[in-house]
Design a protein around this ligand. Structure first.
Ligand code: HEM
Length: 179
């Protein structure tokens, strides 16, 4: 996992709670917290930090990842405005993640392990987003999508009709955006 994701976790915990909370999470995980955005660190270490933060904040790991995604996306928008500016809606933005944004991310951050998304039309105009990744971070994907809706002044109704955590071969996120 790239250091930028650890940086995002630090920034979200420190701004929504405080820096002491982040320091306590690091100490409990036995981590030194020196993550550079370009560096690569073990996925296990990221999950350990998420699990410890979840316990400290009295929420599930799923909720913590979703919260990280929702609060973290505006920080990515500050850092990489060029991925957001061309789009007038959250859906238009989300449609570029697999073909444009993540491929660009892999050029900017060598060895970035990004997921694979597939797009299909769902029922009643919904967008169906297929998600596959050995890291099984569909909760983070949900949060990023909610963060994108916030950023474009929209709402999103979101549910997962299949999920790798329930034994399915991939996750499917059913999305409906509205203003
Ligand atoms: C709604 C939009 C987005 C979604 C749903 C999304 C989803 C995800 C997910 C779920 C991961 C975790 C890795 C995995 O699942 O295997 C990830 C990783 C990542 N994404 Fe995205 N992403 C979005 C937008 C962006 C944007 C705008 C950036 C801008 C730079 C970005 C940069 C990254 C980076 C750097 C990683 C980490 C790669 C690594 O640690 O090796 N993503 N993304």
């Amino acid at each position: 996992m790239k250091g930028i994701m650890f940086n995002l976790l630090e920034e979200v915990i420190s701004s929504q709670h405080d820096e002491e909370t982040w320091d306590t999470v690091l100490a409990a995980a036995g981590a030194d917290g020196a993550y550079t955005s370009l560096g690569s660190y073990p996925d296990d270490e990221f999950m350990r930090l998420v699990d410890i933060a979840a316990q400290m904040l009295d929420r599930t790991a799923y909720d913590t990842l979703r919260w990280l995604g929702r609060r973290g996306l505006p920080l990515l928008a500050e850092r990489y405005p060029g991925f957001f500016q061309p789009h007038a809606s959250a859906e238009a933005f989300v449609l570029t993640v697999n073909g444009i944004i993540h491929p660009e991310v892999r050029k900017l951050l060598p060895r970035a392990g990004v997921p694979e998304f597939g797009y299909e039309p769902g029922s009643n105009g919904d967008l169906r987003l297929g998600y596959r990744s050995p890291r099984k971070l569909c909760a983070l994907a949900e949060g990023f999508i909610e963060g994108a809706a916030d950023l474009y002044g929209e709402h999103v109704d979101l549910h997962q009709s299949t999920c790798m955590h329930r034994g399915d071969e991939r996750c499917v996120l059913e999305l409906r955006f509205h203003r």
